[in-house]
Ligand binder design. Structure first.
Ligand code: NAD
Ligand code: TYD
Length: 339
């Protein structure tokens, strides 16, 4: 089986590459990644010499390049993680989100039509559903919840979902979509809440909390997400959408305080800053469909997952320090320069 994993030098894609190479010793994993600021070859260092792994630097919106990759690699499955993924950046500069998340997805879908594949899987997000009110803890996102986006990021991801569904219906492309809640774990880029807080607390720096810190996210340990995608690409029904989440809701303030406590530091580090415009209040996934149809269940609950994650950041200080000081962007040149 040949699987193209786009965005495999990023957080979740990188974890998925590791997961798949570990689990299957007869699958070839081809990572196609543009190495934007969020792509980090140091995340792929443990697998770089694995005979079943190949890295290709390239943009999913570059049609000629994508077609060439399909022609040469003859993929059976595409798992599309590649995206601009940070809401705050999408508020500052939306255009690149439209190019990568929408046009990039359409190029991959066209390549699938042209060359034929067994499955195209779109890694989407619960943010396409918009948000839920804080005072209605009885409400959850199901696959039937209407798309109702808030940020340029979520609007671009919802557009991509609709395109994927359109290619499924119109061209009978064998597609699946997963919509997962917020992930955390190893190799998470330190511009996102959890790794940013861990790095800042370890460096005794202020921890910025947007607004009152009362927004709720439904945190999933990244390996549980990888396992769900593995199940969907193998056993998920063509044309279906699967929500992924494990009922681990926490307010941002709870998350921040948990990390500060675990590291034995003072809550005085917490600094309330201006709120994000259009800030989604609460995300909460109902995972009944994937649990019933595919037997998926999360294995790592928040209290244990956050401990493991903090330990990983302590043990892998160089990985995130190289991001903060910019060193990580030299890694590709060092490893692949001239090749
Ligand atoms: P990330 O920002 O850490 O990684 C994105 C990767 O995509 C990077 O390696 C980057 O270099 C690559 N990339 C960006 N533009 C590209 C392009 N034009 N062509 C090829 N590669 C490109 O993102 P992440 O947090 O790992 O998220 C991965 C996917 O999962 C995204 O599609 C995101 O929408 C989705 N998702 C993320 C979360 C989360 O909590 N992080 C939750 C649900 C869904
Ligand atoms: P983030 O990790 O950016 O994920 P998303 O916006 O996709 O959910 O943010 C998670 C939550 O944390 C979100 O409610 C915004 C908030 N936040 C802060 O309070 N401070 C920060 O410095 C960051 C990056 C996020």
């Amino acid at each position: 089986m040949n699987i193209i994993v786009t965005g495999g030098a990023g957080f979740i894609g990188g974890n998925f590459v590791h997961y798949m190479l570990n689990k299957y010793n007869d699958y070839k994993i081809i990572c196609l990644d543009a190495l934007t600021y969020a792509g980090n070859m140091e995340t792929l260092e443990p697998v770089i010499n694995n005979k079943n792994f190949k890295f290709i630097k390239g943009d999913i919106a570059d049609r000629n390049l994508v077609y060439k990759v399909f022609e040469e690699q003859k993929p059976d499955i595409i798992v599309n993680f590649a995206a601009e993924s940070h809401v705050d950046r999408s508020i500052d500069a939306p255009e690149i989100f439209l190019k990568t998340n929408i046009i990039g997805t359409s190029v991959l879908l066209d390549a699938c039509r042209k060359y034929g594949i067994k499955r195209y899987h779109q890694v989407s997000t619960d943010e396409v559903y918009g948000d839920l009110p804080l005072d209605r803890t009885d409400l959850f996102f199901t696959e039937k919840t209407p798309l109702h986006t808030s940020s340029p990021y979520s609007a671009s991801k919802a557009s991509a979902d609709l395109l994927v569904q359109a290619y499924g219906r119109t061209y009978k492309l064998p597609i699946t979509i997963s919509r997962c809640s917020n992930n955390y774990g190893p190799y998470h880029f330190p511009e996102k809440l959890i790794p940013l807080v861990i790095a800042n607390v370890l460096n005794d720096r202020a921890v910025p909390v947007y607004g009152k810190g009362e927004n709720v996210r439904d945190w999933l340990y990244v390996e549980d997400h990888c396992r769900a995608i593995d199940m969907i690409i193998h056993d998920g029904k063509e044309g279906e959408v699967y929500n992924i989440g494990g009922h681990n809701e926490r307010t941002n303030l709870q998350v921040v305080k948990t990390i500060i406590k675990a590291l034995g530091k003072s809550e005085k580090l917490i600094t309330y800053v201006a709120d994000r415009p259009g800030h989604d209040m609460r995300y909460a996934i109902d995972p009944t469909k994937i649990e019933n149809e595919l037997g998926w269940k999360p294995q790592t609950f928040f209290d244990y997952g956050i401990e493991k994650t903090i330990k990983w950041y302590i043990d892998n200080k160089k990985w995130w320090e190289n991001i903060i000081n910019g060193e990580y962007q030299k890694y590709y040149e060092k490893m692949y320069g001239g090749k």
